[in-house]
Design a binder for this molecule. Structure first.
Ligand SMILES: [Zn+2]
Length: 167
């Protein structure tokens, strides 16, 4: 299997570290040490509350978050792991926007830190539509370890593909 596709945007040094971790057969151990437990957010109510608490803390003035759902994603490379959609609609003569976040169902059995990094990413799209510098600054404000966790999230996809996930 070719896992390099998950890591194409990383510097070469990181890509070779990742390759080493996977080919040496130590990926599972890496996760067992670093993330021994799975999160408990098994239903969408719990997922919504978790997300909305982060939103209340860091994005107090952002519009209402309408829903957060787990959604099956077929291809995680082509399709994003998460999405943040804004649907505008007329309501009583006013233009209102509906904010919905979808989280890949693959993250339902996962460490909390990795679910969180995805939630933080999608919440940051309230402020910034593009993946620009301001966007990543906001991500790091909400989660200081954002970049490492995003890399670990990709490693988690490899763990799942290898059917080594124990969550
Ligand atoms: Zn994004």
């Amino acid at each position: 299997m070719d896992f390099a596709r998950y890591f194409v945007h990383y510097p070469e040094g990181i890509q070779s570290q990742v390759e080493q971790l996977i080919t040496s057969g130590q990926l599972k151990q890496y996760f067992e040490r670093k993330y021994p437990n799975a999160h408990q957010l098994q239903n969408e109510k719990a997922l919504y509350e978790f997300t909305n608490q982060l939103k209340q803390r860091y994005l107090k003035n952002a519009p209402k978050l309408n829903s957060v759902k787990y959604k099956k994603q077929a291809d995680l490379v082509k399709n994003a792991l998460g999405t943040h959609t804004f649907k505008s609609h007329q309501h009583g003569g006013k233009l209102k926007a509906k904010h919905e976040i979808a989280i890949a169902a693959q993250l339902k059995q996962a460490p909390e830190a990795l679910l969180k990094v995805l939630v933080v990413h999608e919440l940051a799209h309230f402020k910034e539509k593009d993946h620009n510098k301001a966007f990543y600054q906001l991500c790091c404000h909400m989660e200081p370890d954002y970049h490492q966790l995003e890399l670990d999230l990709r490693l988690f996809l490899v763990l799942q593909e290898l059917e080594l996930s124990f969550y």
